[in-house]
Design a protein around this ligand. Structure first.
Ligand code: PRP
Ligand code: URA
Length: 204
């Protein structure tokens, strides 16, 4: 259920995202471009339904997306992964889940939730960092309690610990990642990782 993005451009973008000297303006652009590649990868198997269209010359069989798509970022860092989905799927609905890790315990607490209808839709949870997996597991539980059943999770960097947590708590949810890293340090930051994604994205 773990899909690691294999693309030379993804590797190239990851190199600059990891670089501590990359300033916020450039970091945002890189995150956007990598988000586009991840969004393409994570939606590769979306169901389609048969349609007929009339070209300037004749009728022909075609395929259209079968279900509406919903993207749900975990605030705050997940916001940086929403625009790529809007660029590719202009009609996408956007929900929001606010979770923040306690700096001492690394346990996330919820501070915001605003969701569109989720039942019968493909729901993509986006959060750039899957570290312990606590935030994503909590968000997925919340989304399921609001009716979501066709879920997938997209992140930029994952740690084995986070993937294992999701595999145990939400085995039905595939994870798409641009990089699967070595592990966590004692403060539950991903190694080698790229640091605090939210801080780097927003210059805080
Ligand atoms: C980061 C990140 C994830 C979470 C991952 O958010 O964006 O939401 O940590 O860690 P976990 O897998 O151990 O739960 P953070 O709590 O730093 O908040 P922010 O997005 O506001 O920066
Ligand atoms: N959140 C981040 O932003 N980075 C990490 O390495 C872990 C959690």
């Amino acid at each position: 259920m773990l899909h690691v993005l294999r693309h030379p451009l993804a590797s190239h973008l990851m190199a600059s995202l990891r670089d501590h000297a990359t300033p916020p303006g450039e970091f945002r652009g890189l995150a956007h471009r990598l988000g586009l590649l991840l969004a393409m990868e994570a939606t590769r198997d979306l169901p389609t339904q048969a349609a007929t269209v009339t070209t300037p010359l004749e009728n022909t069989a075609a395929q259209r997306l079968a279900h509406p798509l919903v993207v749900v970022p975990i605030l705050r860092a997940g916001l940086g992964m929403v625009q790529p989905f809007i660029d590719l799927f202009p009609d996408v609905s956007v929900g929001y889940v606010g979770l923040e890790r306690d700096h001492a315990t690394a346990v996330a607490h919820s501070y915001y939730c605003k969701l569109p209808p989720l039942a019968g839709r493909t729901v993509v949870l986006v959060d750039p960092m899957l570290a312990t997996g606590g935030s994503a597991a909590q968000a997925l539980t919340l989304l399921k309690s609001h009716g979501a059943s066709a879920l997938r999770m997209v992140c930029v960097v994952s740690a084995p610990e986070g993937v294992a947590t999701l595999h145990t708590s939400h085995p039905d949810v595939p994870v798409f990642t641009a990089a699967h890293d070595r592990g966590l340090n004692e403060r539950k930051y991903i190694l080698p990782g790229l640091g605090d994604f939210g801080d780097r994205l927003y210059g805080t």
